[in-house]
Design a protein around this ligand. Sequence first.
Ligand code: AMP
Ligand code: MG
Length: 330
Amino acid sequence: IEGVFALYPAQAGAGPSPRLRAALDILEILALLGLDDEALVAGLFCVPMLEGKLSLETIRGAEGETCARLLAGVQRMDALHVGPDEGAGRGSLASRERQGEKLRRMLVSLIDDPRVALVKLAERVQALRSLGTRDTGPVAVKLAREAMDIYAPLAHRLGVGQIKWEIEDLAFRHIHPAEYRRIAALLDERRTDRERFIGEASARLGAALAAAGIEAHVSGRVKHLYSIWRKMQRKGLEISEVYDVRALRVMVAGPTECYSALGTVHGLWRNLPGEFDDYIANPKPNGYRSLHTAVMGEGGKVLEVQIRTADMHREAEFGICAHWHYKGVD
Ligand code: AMP
Ligand code: MG
């Protein structure tokens, strides 16, 4: 860390430079993903390295072979960035997708260590964050398109959902600013408020299940803006018809307990008519099993609840059906 501070000395009265803040941001993203020290150091030095302020030889001497090798990989990936007049910013959607797929393949072929891709992804997330909310000029749009076409699918392939959602939401804001604002206005609630709602609903359901003697694990998530928009587009829905904007998931021991837990859910909150699906009795064509219901939660807010066993969860998330259940591109 001292090394990076030394490269970007603070200007008197001006606080830390944007490049220093970028390096620390990347470090934080990688630390939250739980990466090891070598990858963290690579993340810290990737901004000065890409800026040409620090050579790979210097890094090798100071931080060792592994860190230098990771950064060499990041540099190779960086070399594939589209130029100012070509690629991701232009052409039809189909040709952009073809080009995105081609680039993605090239990128994947360059990655000999998944940590290389994670450092690069963290660097792109930081770049998107630093665009801020106002800069919607052509450079910002190009960066956002490239992130959406190449880096979000790469994050999806590596299974880092956190990164994927953040890239998509940040990029969405620049690619379709009016749509982004429209969805945000329709939601009419900050993300932190939606997260608090989920936390409270989850605690309430957990307590009710415990009181009913059902051993269960409850988790939840709020749907990301881009994912909400995609669903509205794909199915021609109003936002009020997207029932999984706020959602809980209950994991229980066996199929019988799934139905008991469903009883507890419906005892707590009123079920929306026609919104119960029994994919345990009738699995989806891809083998997906779970109980799905939508209920009227606190304050009249709709809440989706999925109920499943650990086996069903594994099949859904990691089995061959994981790929098409959650409509990822790959
Ligand atoms: P979606 O927005 O429905 O495409 O889902 C995005 C992510 O949220 C995926 O990683 C899902 O596993 C997760 N997810 C979807 N539905 C639920 C739910 N009811 N409870 C908890 N997590 C969910
Ligand atoms: Mg869903």
